[in-house]
Design a protein around this ligand. Structure first.
Ligand code: ADP
Length: 264
């Protein structure tokens, strides 16, 4: 974004002119955008669970409730507190990653184990979706990486695939070798993403601004965390999507070749 100022100058009767000042305000515009998205995230994502916790605790304190209703209210309070805890840890995570304070404990392991574990975990969270693994069982997918970060990376992608397929459906997770890289992809057949949103998807606090996404809720931090994790592992993350048809996120990570392991 370029801001232009024009100013007339007059040095003498003969020497008149105009000065044009061009200023690159891309950085300021980006900061403004992030600020306003942060405000809308905080106002929605913090206020909604907080007011529900406040409301239910007040009801429980003031009224004598039957055990069934008591349990239901407690469950809501519990779920909303969990939502707030997750939100705060996302904030802290991005903060730590960006300041370079986050430490990655890297080791060599087979990514298929993490993929299996996370697929099982997220499958247990939904009955509407079918999570399918598409992997060549004869291959190893060895990477040198931080296991927890890989869990978080895949977790965020699976969570989104499920969340943004509100009518249910398949989610396909695949692992393949590409020369000396491993490609991990998560494909869904859900809402899809408008092409205008594509350049901003991995920015902090960015959320697609349409009624579907707003209804679903989120912080706009998940994908920025994914991007940071992938960067810290010398990889790459990309997305392809067709609005109304579905989305695929593809992550490329350097693979550890067998020879390298033998050498160590
Ligand atoms: P959040 O889901 O908390 O809003 P993310 O950073 O994970 O934040 O995602 C940013 C935005 O990208 C989301 O708000 C959503 O609009 C869009 N998005 C991410 N994953 C998908 C997906 N699988 N299908 C459709 N839209 C998606």
């Amino acid at each position: 974004f370029i801001q232009v100022y024009a100013e007339e100058i007059m040095l003498s009767e003969q020497a008149k002119g105009t000065i044009l000042v061009f200023r690159d305000v891309t950085a300021e515009t980006e900061v403004d955008r992030m600020k306003s998205e942060l405000v809308s995230t905080v106002s929605h994502e913090l206020r909604t669970p907080l007011s529900s916790i406040y409301g239910f605790t007040e009801l429980m304190l003031k009224r004598k409730l039957d055990p069934e209703r008591n349990k239901r209210y407690l469950q809501t309070i519990h779920d909303e507190s969990k939502r707030l805890t997750d939100l705060v840890s996302d904030f802290l995570n991005v903060q730590r990653m960006e300041s370079g304070k986050h430490s990655y404990d890297k080791e060599v392991f087979d990514l298929i184990d993490t993929v299996r574990e996370q697929t099982r975990f997220y499958q247990a969270s939904t009955e509407q979706h079918r999570l399918q693994l598409d992997v060549d069982e004869n291959h190893e997918f060895l990477i040198h990486a931080d296991k927890n970060s890989m869990k978080q990376l895949l977790g965020n992608l699976l969570h989104n695939a499920i969340k943004y397929s509100p009518d249910g459906g398949d989610v396909v997770i695949s692992l393949t070798h590409h020369h000396n890289q491993i490609e991990l992809s998560v494909r869904d057949f859900g809402l899809g993403i408008p092409s205008s949103a594509m350049p901003h998807l991995f920015s902090k606090f960015y959320r697609v601004d349409n009624s579907d996404s707003r209804k679903i809720g989120g912080t706009g931090l998940g994908l920025s965390i994914c991007k940071e994790i992938v960067r810290a592992h010398d990889g790459n993350i990309d997305v392809e999507s067709i609005l109304g048809e579905g989305t695929v996120f593809k992550v490329l990570l350097p693979s550890v070749s067998d020879t390298l392991i033998e050498m160590n």
